[in-house]
Design a protein around this ligand. Sequence first.
Ligand code: PNS
Length: 162
Amino acid sequence: MSRIAVVPGSFDPVTLGHLDVIERAAGLFDELHVVVVHNPGKTALLPIAQRVSLIQESIREAGLPASILVTSWSVGLLVDYCTDVGAIALVKGIRSQIDVAYETPMAIVNRDLAGVETVFLLPDPAHAHVSSSLVRQVAALGGDVAPYVTPAVARYLQSPRD
Ligand code: PNS
């Protein structure tokens, strides 16, 4: 039976730190789903469909396995998605103790709700300071986001929009 894992997140936008975690997770599981989830605690910059296509393009540009499935989930609990597709684990990247504090209660609740375990992966320390919110801020103020994202995301953020 194939072991399926889900990498969930806002991905607003996807960063090189996210891609590092996605690549590491792809090496650990038979099947990987990257799932864009609306986080009601955050004000989003990019529409969800745009986030999905930027992840797909970034996976291609970064040479990650084409078998990685990218989708979104907006109906009900994230663990409902996991149950629907038969995923046994959620995968989260941990940059610092702040991430541990934020992720631990969600991991325990997700296990209580549906028996889905959460696997924490440490990204390359080179990406420890990278976050979507910093990328959004640098882009909004006209800075160069190229060190933090794939060319596809940099092109999108630096192209004129309404
Ligand atoms: O990239 P983010 O914003 O840190 O991702 C957080 C996210 C979207 C993964 C988190 O908010 C989440 O898991 N949302 C799903 C809603 C849910 O199922 N909540 C109940 C159990 S924690």
